[in-house]
Ligand binder design. Structure first.
Ligand code: SIN
Length: 298
């Protein structure tokens, strides 16, 4: 089995053609796909028509699957038949949402607010609106490389605090406040703002919508720097906006990207995307002989 590929955009991504993803794939091909993924941050496959089992089985080629905890009692859990699949959707049945519409609103990487963030994620577009509901992807290798020296020297080797507890009602205003139990389950975490990718050893900017404070900086200054870094990493030079078509599948590397669903409203049509998510490892920063800076729970 052979495949072809072509660049998706200048800043990020490759599109892969000619593979049948509904069948088991040869180990050598998987290694080639993984190399492309590591080099290009996101991969796009088109015209996919697969079952949840097939999506799960293809995702497992890249690592261990993560099961998303239920985000709120007002949202349905994952696909009931396949808990490995998280539903992103604006569809309601009998007045109740069948998935979380606003899961991806605001630039972030999946699990950035957890001690062990997720390595990668894969979205499969089952149904998409005629207009809106696009997803942006930012290449955080490139933004890190291009970061002006005076900004970089201020953050290198420092960590940011990521807080579900502080940001939940800001990032997810449509959901009820976190309960005491939910708060205990999602303690704050400190991650290195510049992160060394564990497979490529390259540096990436690791910041997002759950970051609230920077180590060793007064609160206001930290918030301003987080804003500045987010604006920088999501500049046109580093992003690609994907207009979904039915059957598109995108696999992204959460360690060296950020993504953001462009907010849309329900009148534009139905949006139904199924996401599988990969377990990750503890973020760290280490540059040529320097002391390693690791994430830790607050
Ligand atoms: C997500 O963040 O996983 C969902 C992205 C989207 O809705 O486009």
């Amino acid at each position: 089995m052979k495949f072809e590929c072509q660049r998706l955009s200048d800043p990020i991504g490759v599109e892969i053609f000619g593979l049948n993803l509904t069948k088991p794939i040869d180990e050598k091909i998987i290694q080639d796909i993984r190399r492309l993924w590591l080099d290009n941050n996101i991969l796009l496959f088109r015209n996919i028509d697969w079952t949840p089992e097939q999506q799960i089985s293809f995702t497992k080629n890249f690592g261990k699957l993560h099961i998303m905890p239920q985000l709120s009692s007002v949202l349905p859990p994952n696909l009931t038949t396949h808990p490995e699949i998280f539903i992103v959707s604006n569809i309601k049945k009998n007045g109740k949402p069948i998935g979380f519409k606003a899961a991806g609103w605001g630039w972030h990487s999946d699990g950035e607010d957890k001690h062990i963030p997720n390595m990668g994620s894969m979205l499969y577009a089952v149904d998409v609106p005629n207009k809106g509901g696009d997803t942006g992807f930012a290449n955080t290798y490139k933004s890190c490389e291009a970061l002006p020296q005076e900004i970089k020297k201020n953050i290198v080797g420092k960590r940011a605090r990521f807080s579900r507890i502080t940001m939940h009602s800001i990032n997810y205003p449509s959901l009820p406040p976190l309960t005491r139990k939910e708060k205990l389950e999602r303690p704050d975490v400190w991650h290195p703002i510049i992160r060394t990718h564990p497979e490529t050893n390259r540096e990436c900017l690791f910041i997002g919508r759950w970051a609230v404070e920077i180590e060793g900086m007064p609160a206001d200054e930290g918030r301003d720097v987080i804003k500045e870094l987010t604006a920088f990493t999501t500049k046109d030079d580093f992003i690609y906006i994907h207009k979904w078509k039915i059957g598109d599948v995108i696999l992204w590397d959460n360690r060296c990207t950020q993504h953001c669903a462009v907010p849309y409203d329900g009148e534009e049509g139905m949006r139904y995307l199924l996401r599988t998510t990969l377990e990750g490892d503890l973020p760290y920063y280490k540059n040529k002989g320097e002391k390693q800076v690791c994430s830790y729970l607050a």
